[in-house]
Design a protein around this ligand. Structure first.
Ligand code: ZN
Length: 413
């Protein structure tokens, strides 16, 4: 080929690439964008390129994008983050939430409700993290992280979780540091004796790995439970998390709303100011309106909204992340605050500040939600009902810049 033809060919290829190239892979157009980290609550377009947020602006031309998703009338948020789920599913009999049958496979229960990141909350112990990574983290499309149980065997239920001889701060801290990409902290749960051993060991592990601790406190000290005041002011550090905040549990633990006076304990808001994180962890038995309604009225809003997803909660009152968010909307929490407690707040709590927001350059995890109007009823485990006229529904979920759930085919062109 002579030089003239060669030059002509180069010009032709260059021109073709200019004509076919789109600036963006995807454009989400006309939605109400709520991005609490960036103080945005406005009608905005958002463009995505190579799995990242490329541009957020009042108007971005449709011609610049390969795919356009119409989001008029819908709410566009960062991908939801559920910091309390149970997804270490497996086939081991009698293993409860640790490689057992009570935990759920994440992808079946996340994208369809706008969740792009889920943290398994204590299923894993230092002894079986490798199994969790191989069987769950590595094969899931959902971003799966872990609060590692201070019990080496993980959340196997029964006597396994009472064995203080299996609560090793040093080894737990070591495995967490070696797997920083996936492990975000330590879990204490289901401990029934009247001592502080699991809490103190988990906090020690937290110091070793520089990670927070999440606590499901007490569980069987019906007549003389340990003091939550001591827990909040003397045992935990700022940044540590108290889950099941609105549980009543018939006195198995102290409650935020005093069971006799039915008023918020006077030290709770100070504990929150001190930096204790109050997490919902709705679960099968850990949320009651008779705690939550007066707590919110007295100013105790959750820092983070989470599900405590497992086979026992998903078909009960809890259902899923959006139902829990709808519940807090129904109790008077503002939509941007509900979104923040499900995106940017949990991202900060688990020290994953690259998640939970839609800044330009951020990972493109995005949820598109519909607020359905109608007559709906929320209910809790005691049978208490709360009516609401607004219900959150997931229209479409984007993870790493790709559509992973699409209720009404909005992404098909
Ligand atoms: Zn749980």
């Amino acid at each position: 080929m002579n030089l003239k033809y060669r030059l002509l060919l180069i010009v032709m290829v260059f021109t073709c690439s200019l004509v076919s190239a789109q600036t963006y892979d995807m454009l989400i157009k006309g939605g109400r964008l709520i991005d609490p980290k960036n103080n945005i609550d406005a009608t905005m377009d958002i463009a995505i390129k190579d799995g990242k947020v490329a541009k957020v602006a009042k108007s971005i031309s449709e011609k610049e994008a390969g795919k356009v998703i119409a989001a008029q009338g819908l709410v566009v948020t960062p991908g939801l983050i559920d910091i309390h789920g149970h997804v270490f599913h497996g086939t081991e009999p009698n293993h409860y939430l640790s490689d057992g049958l009570t935990a759920l496979p994440p992808d079946g229960f996340t994208f369809r409700v706008g969740v792009t990141t889920i943290v398994d909350c204590g299923g894993v112990g230092w002894k079986n993290f490798d199994t969790f990574k191989k069987n769950v983290i590595d094969v899931s499309k959902t971003r799966v992280l872990s609060f590692m149980n201070i019990v080496g065997e993980g959340m196997r239920g029964g006597a396994w979780e009472q064995n203080t001889g299996d609560m090793d701060a040093k080894l737990s801290g070591m495995v967490a540091k070696q797997n920083k990409k996936y492990i975000v902290g330590f879990k204490v749960a289901h401990y029934g004796s009247r001592d502080w051993i699991p809490i103190d060991r988990a906090v020690e592990a937290g110091r070793i790995a520089d990670m927070p601790v999440i606590v499901d406190f007490g569980g069987s000290n019906e007549f003389d439970p340990l003091s939550i005041k001591e827990l909040f002011f003397e045992r935990l550090r700022p940044g540590d998390i108290y889950t099941h905040t609105y549980a009543e549990l018939n006195g198995a633990r102290e409650t935020v709303i005093n069971r006799k006076s039915r008023e918020l304990e006077p030290f709770i808001l100070d504990a929150q100011k001190r930096g204790i994180i109050f997490d919902v962890g709705y679960g099968g038995a850990s949320f009651e309106f008779k705690q939550a309604i007066p707590a919110l009225a007295a100013g105790l809003y959750p820092n983070t909204i989470s599900t405590d997803l497992h086979t026992g909660s998903m078909n009960a009152a809890m259902k899923d992340q959006l139902n829990v968010m709808t519940t807090f909307l129904a109790m008077g929490m503002e939509l941007p605050d509900v979104i923040e407690a499900s995106t940017w707040k949990p991202a900060q709590v688990i020290q994953r500040v690259e998640l939970g927001h839609l800044s330009e350059g951020a990972i493109a995890d995005i949820s598109i939600l519909n607020i359905r109007d109608g007559e709906f009823t929320l209910w809790d485990r005691t049978g208490q009902k709360v009516p609401t006229n607004h219900k959150l529904e997931c229209e479409l979920t984007v993870k790493d810049g790709r559509v992973v759930y699409d209720l009404n085919g909005r992404s098909i062109q």
